[in-house]
Structures are given as C-alpha cells and as structure tokens.
Design a protein around this ligand. Structure first.
Ligand SMILES: [Fe+2]
Length: 346
C-alpha cells in the first residue's frame, strides 16, 4: 500500500492507496486488520484517513471496510440532516438538495452522545462540486481571536431546533424534517424520554411542532490528546451562517447558480431577521446565557474555518474515516448526480 498526506501542509487526511494488484476489497480489509495501530495513530494525529483507489462498489462493501476499522457502528441518529437507510449501518449522507450549503461541523457536537468516528463513502462521484471538505477543529480553536474564543468558552452555547408537525405539508424549503421523520414514532413519551437521555429540553408547540433546546460547552477537550477543539454548531445554526458560507462558496465555484443563491440567502437572512422570532427559526444558536452571538463573530469563525479547510475531490469507491472529536466535515454545493453515504460509531 502507498501512504501519503493529501495536504502536506495540514497533514490531513492520510491517504491509503493500493500498490499494483492490491485494489480488491479484501486486500484493503486485510491491510486494515494488519495495520490497526497505524490507523489509530493517524486518526488521532491527522484526524482522518482516506482509502482511495480500492474496488468498493456497494453500501455493504463500505460497511465491511468501516467495520474493519471500527466494529462499533451505530444506527441511531439525532442530527439535523434527512437520511435514508442503505444497509444495516449505512445511510445516505444527506438528502438535502444539492445547492444547499452544509457548513463545517463535528457531527452532533451539541449532544453528549456525539459519535467518535464517522465514515463517508462515494457511491456515485459528483459531476461538479459536492466535495466533503474537512477541517481540523483543533487548529480552528487555536486560530480564533482569543477574545471571541474566551467569550464562547466562558458562556457556552445554546442550540435550538424547531421540527414541524408530521401533518404539516407546507414546508418552505428551509424547515427541518418533521419530528416523525426524526424519531420514527408518533409516541410523544418515547420522544420525551429520548430527549431527556440526551440532555435536550423538548417543548411541544402550537400546531404540533416540536422545539428542542440544549446547552453545551462551545469547546471540548479531545479524549485522547487533551487538546482543545472547537466543538459546537454556531457556524451552522446561526441566522447569518448560510449567507456567510455562500459568499465563500461563490468565491470558489464562481457559477451563476452560486451567485444567485448567494444573493437569495442574503435577502432571506435579512427578511428572517426582520420578521421571525429567532426561537421559531428552524435552527438558532445563542450564547449559553441567551445573549446573541454577533454576526461579526460568525464571519470570523467562517474565515478561520475556510483558511484551515481541506477540499479533496471524490472518486467512486473512496472511503474516508474521520475522528469526529477533532475534525469537522461539510458539503459544497453540487450539480448533477452524486451519492455519498455515511456510517458512524458510538
Ligand atoms: Fe454531518
């Protein structure tokens, strides 16, 4: 096997690719079994390992490789993306339309049960865009303005999500999925129990909507290295985040569509700020003491993230394993077909 870093500067991710005659799925699984220590070390140091150039064809192939790395796969999901099941532990990464931006985040950072590791697999490579950029959130923590960082560390953050009723068909394209799609049950006592287990306050609203609120630290300590990691969803949940992200996306992709969505998001952000109670927005974030997070902070966080982001184009069969406690992921808009799948550990 050949080992090298995709980005020598950021040492992220480590790329494992086959030498001649080693590209079969079983070659890869055998190599993983024989090199567990290297993989574990690289997942801690680098933050991600990418298996590239192997003959991986199906969701089951993907699951087999992921299990070889870490046998502790899970199938419960308390995040925000709409996902479809593809095999025992494999799901579509997100069913959100291709032009939607998915800002960098450590998966479910706002929950006490955030998964330790994530795996992504490219089943159909994108025609244009659709990369899954990754970013070392230890570096993001270090590079943030110390004054802003201190305020986040002192106050923590409060994440708010509003889910629509399962009977509400009138989505405006920017609502989250319904709470039935999220929990797969109409039994509200089960939902309340699940929320309580995850330190989430749940409030049933008028018209059968559900609000979920949870407070958490903005920064976490890596469980192995003790390094501090930027670990919250401010750059995803904040009302100004999507517009700030799309500016960056347009600078990179420079398409008519990215210009159009950038302008549209600018207008929508302005409209939402004027008309909508922040607590009623599909996603909202404040400091832990309820004080607002200024727009300038969000722009600064976005700047730091984009400076540290590594953007690697997908190829059919690619599998990347990410240490979710140090390294974030997101998605750039895409046009044409694309199918990326995900699985995760506890
Ligand atoms: Fe995610």
């Amino acid at each position: 096997m050949n080992l090298n870093y995709f980005s020598e500067q950021s040492k992220l991710p480590l790329v494992v690719s086959p030498a001649a005659g080693e590209s079969g799925k079983n070659n890869l699984i055998n190599w993983i079994s024989a090199n567990k220590v290297t993989i574990e070390e690289q997942l801690i140091e680098s933050g991600a390992v990418l298996f590239k150039g192997f003959d991986i064809q199906t969701p089951q192939d993907f699951e087999d490789v992921a299990k070889a790395v870490d046998n502790d796969l899970k199938d419960d999901y308390m995040g925000t993306s709409p996902r479809d099941k593809k095999s025992g532990f494999v799901f579509s990464a997100s069913e959100l339309p291709g032009h939607y931006p998915i800002m960098q985040h450590c998966e479910m950072s706002f929950l006490p049960s955030a998964p330790r590791r994530l795996f992504f697999y490219c089943h159909i490579e994108p025609e244009y865009g659709g990369e899954t950029p990754i970013c070392d959130f230890r570096k993001v923590y270090q590079d943030l303005d110390p004054k802003i960082r201190e305020e986040f560390e002192r106050k923590g953050v409060k994440h708010i999500r509003n889910y629509s009723s399962p009977d509400d068909k009138g989505t405006n394209g920017f609502q989250l999925k319904s709470w039935l799609d999220m929990f797969h049950t109409r039994d509200k006592t089960i939902i309340e129990k699940k929320c309580a287990e995850n330190d989430i306050i749940c409030e049933w609203k008028e018209h059968d909507g559900l609000r979920m609120i949870n407070k958490s630290d903005a920064v976490k300590v890596h469980p192995v290295t003790g390094e501090k990691v930027w670990f919250n969803h401010t750059q995803v949940f904040h009302v100004s985040a999507a517009a700030a992200e799309y500016h960056k996306i347009h600078q990179r992709q420079k398409r008519w569509e990215t210009f159009k969505y950038s302008m549209l998001l600018e207008l929508m952000t302005w409209y939402k700020k004027l008309t909508k109670n922040p607590n009623e927005q599909s996603m909202h974030v404040t400091f832990g003491d309820d004080s607002p997070i200024p727009d300038e902070y969000v722009e600064h966080i976005e700047d730091v993230i984009w400076r540290n982001m590594v953007i690697q184009p997908w190829k059919k069969g690619d599998i990347i394993c990410i240490d979710n406690f140090s390294t974030s992921h997101g998605r750039l808009p895409y046009y044409g077909p694309r199918e990326i799948m995900v699985c995760w550990t506890s």
